[in-house]
Write a protein of this length. Sequence first.
Lengths: 256, 14
Amino acid sequence: MLEGKFEESSLMKKVVDAIKDSVKLCNFNCTEHGVTVQAVDDSRVLLISLLIGEASFEEYRCDRNITLGIDLESFNKIIKNGNSSDFLTLIAEDSPDNVLIIFEDKKKDRVSEYSLKLMDLDSDFLQIDDMEFDATITMPSSEFAKITRDLKTLSESLQIIVTKENVKFSSDGDFGTGNVVLKGFVDMDKPDESIKIDMARPINLTFGAKYIADIVKGTSLSESVTIKLADKSPALFEYKLPSGFLRFYLAPKFDE
Amino acid sequence: MPEQPSISRFFKSS
């Protein structure tokens, strides 16, 4: 039996918004520690790893591991019906055919109850081992979203170059080029506005801008984004949740 | 033209 109650439905709304355009069907694996999702987008380029830890819930109970095979498009239609400030409760039996989705308005005594049919999805789980990274950048998530959106207007490839003192986002297209250079800086009053660059080795990688555009759909989940880069390995783009994370892994482009 | 490798090339199915 799974029963998980969120203080607000806004977290789940943002999570579904962040991943529904990249993956259509995915398993929400519920255990006593929380809910995890691992899925690869249709082009098999982007790997998504989500953990909504138990502490994200107002109340959480999951006596036996339960897998919820969910069509995110359908789930999104239901989730949109709730107000962001409503309590959101998910309830499912052991080996369930559907999941109950309950919104409770905090002021008025209004309860909305939906049932979503579940699907039987095979789970090809990918093993994500700890990786060594050459550089780690932590920066405001909205700034990363703006820079990548701006540079995508010039080219379908985004270059990220990290040296000792700065990180350069670069785009080189048919009609022109664009470069945005950031230096590390600490914002004492608003730490989330800081830009932190840890470089073990200089790195210069090129990514598909359309996949980065999918990744920045996670922006509303966290004030900051952490980008971890390693040569010829998938980059990690992480949005931290109050308890958990939404991680995107994207391999750089490189000449064969 | 640099190509975009698939992610399963880097993570093995467990």
